[in-house]
Design a protein around this ligand. Structure first.
Ligand code: UD1
Ligand code: MG
Length: 508
């Protein structure tokens, strides 16, 4: 899982919220998964990671994350992506109101506006959070809820407004009457409220509802009853408010997120041939004029420089691709592909692969922990593991860098401008010097000095007439006999003309 982008720093003393509270203790039963709901991944981040990233630019001094279901995994993940966040454990999931009360109790010193957000608000963008902050400040309300009008409000809390359009309550679908269910404006599960007003109202929240839970949404009605000013802000982009409750919704959200990423890339000048089959994590970077061919996936911290062509059918994980490089039908992880390098078709670059400018790793080649120098080539059918190859060197087809003795890994070094033969085994540790050659079919076990030619194979032994003797009557024997007959005829045709005087050589 990729790390969060660094949060945008807020000038000292102007942090616009006292705290961010993320509600992430729910089980997410409908996901039908052993993975805690907020740890499901899309676009290179967990759901939780997306929510934290949307809130990060607020520069809140305190971020509190309420965990419960699958807590060990969620706590470990949180420590990895947001080590400064304060985790709060909610033993029993007694509702969003209960969860928020626990979170605020963990930061008793926090005052002023507090952002509370559902852990599954994974499409929420920083810009939408910013809208909510601006609307909240402008209104002077003590609580502002983010809302949206959605085509299908099923399962969501409805925003009840009075005749004048003022927000009066949030009613959960299970508790709503028919008229309320007809309301298309829903609660996005994102709130900005004054800490002390919210704390006070939460103390009065009961659990007299269909689920017997303490609803955060009841805070709004309680504040209204108290005569406190509350409001709702309709999100400019309703898509930002979509939550995620099952695998079908997760797939749909993943698609939406990917569309957003590709839109941004294309606006910036990246060529995306087929947006439907191209998947780019929010953490990947692609420069203008790079080309992404169909079936490309760019995952994690992958970067692709200008003019590079990636794909078709290529997956890059945490891989760097240099300017003008070409990576075709390849799977690469933690690899560095230098400028003007050619990879594939059908190559597998494993961690620690570094290909210098203009190098080539061709078809059915696997590399691991290997440096290939500038302009050097490993064109066909080879395994290069634990190796350093110099510049301008050519590795013959079907070569294996034999790096593993069954216990430990060993290194092979090949110098500059070497020419190794096809079907070589380099039995590490071993080295081949600058400008050296090796013969085809060699098993290189001893170091080869610069400029030498190493031949390490058995000599050929040919037994003439073996098939006629040992395999008589076979098609092979018949073919051999026919070939011999033809050779005999040719030899006769080439006999010198017996007429004297017509040939200077044939009359002896
Ligand atoms: C909630 C809102 C609903 C809104 C919808 C938007 C309430 C009562 N309802 O409904 O108005 O339209 O979100 O998606 O808040 N959680 C805890 N502890 C708990 C219960 C929940 O941390 O005890 C967390 C969950 O992990 C989740 C979030 O709170 O991230 C929302 O809970 P969920 O059960 O999904 O609420 P909804 O029924 O979707
Ligand atoms: Mg929900």
């Amino acid at each position: 899982m990729s790390q969060l982008e660094p949060s945008v720093p807020t000038p000292a003393g102007t942090s616009r919220v006292g705290a961010v509270v993320v509600l992430a203790a729910g089980q997410g039963t409908r996901m039908r998964s052993r993975t805690p709901k907020v740890l499901h991944e899309l676009g290179g981040r967990s759901m939780l990671g997306h929510v934290l990233a949307a809130a990060a630019p607020l520069g809140a001094e305190r971020t509190v994350v309420v965990v419960g279901s699958g807590r060990d995994a969620v706590l470990a993940h949180l420590a990895a992506i947001a080590p400064d966040a304060v985790p709060v454990v909610q033993e029993d999931q007694r509702g969003t109101g209960h969860a928020t009360a626990l979170a605020l109790a963990a930061v008793p010193d926090v005052s002023g506006p507090v952002l509370v957000v559902n852990g599954d608000a994974l499409l929420l963008r920083a810009a939408t959070v910013e809208e909510l902050v601006t609307a909240h400040r402008a209104s002077g309300d003590v609580l502002t809820v983010l809302t949206a009008e959605v085509p299908d409000p099923t399962g969501l809390g409805r925003i009840v407004r009075d005749a004048a359009g003022a927000v009066r309550a949030i009613v959960e679908e299970r508790d709503a009457d028919e008229a309320q269910r007809a309301i298309a404006e829903v609660n996005a599960g994102v709130y900005l409220g004054d800490a002390s007003a919210v704390r006070a109202a939460l103390a009065g929240v009961g659990s007299a509802n269909q689920q017997g839970e303490q609803y955060l949404t009841d805070v709004l009605g309680l504040l209204v009853a108290d005569g406190a000013p509350v409001g709702g802000h309709r999100a400019t982009d309703p898509e930002d408010t979509l939550g995620c409750n099952d695998q079908r919704e997760l797939a749909a959200r993943r698609r939406t997120l990917n569309d957003r990423v590709l839109d941004d890339l294309m606006r910036a000048g990246v060529v995306v041939i087929d947006p439907l089959t191209t998947w780019v994590d929010v953490t990947a970077e692609v420069a203008a004029e790079a080309v992404l061919q169909p079936g490309t996936q760019l995952r994690g911290a992958t970067t692709v420089a200008a003019g590079a062509v990636v794909g078709p059918d290529t997956t890059l994980v945490d891989t760097e691709v240099g300017e003008g490089a070409s990576v075709v039908r390849a799977h690469c992880q933690l690899a560095v592909v230098g400028p003007e390098v050619s990879v594939g078709p059908f190559a597998y670059l494993r961690p620690g692969t570094r290909l210098a400018r203009g190098a080539k790793v061709g078809t059915f080649v696997e590399t691991k922990n290997a440096t290939v120098g500038a302009g050097s080539k490993v064109p066909h059918l080879s395994y290069v593991g634990d190796a350093t190859i110099g510049e301008g060197t050519n590795i013959g087809a079907a070569s294996v860098f034999v790096n593993y003795d069954g216990v430990a890994k060993h290194h092979t070094t090949i110098g500059n401008h070497a020419r190794t033969g096809a079907d070589n085994m380099f039995v590490a540790p071993v080295s081949v010097g600058d400008g050296a050659y090796t013969a085809a079919g060699s098993v290189i076990t001893d170091d080869v000095p610069p400029g030498a030619m190493a031949v390490a194979r058995g000599r050929q032994h040919t037994v003439e007439g073996w098939v006629a003797k040992r395999r008589p009557g076979t098609p092979a024997a018949a073919a051999a006999e026919a070939a011999e007959a033809r050779a005999g005829e040719r030899a006769e045709d080439q006999l010198p003309d017996p007429t004297p005087g017509t040939s200077s050589e044939g009359t002896r």
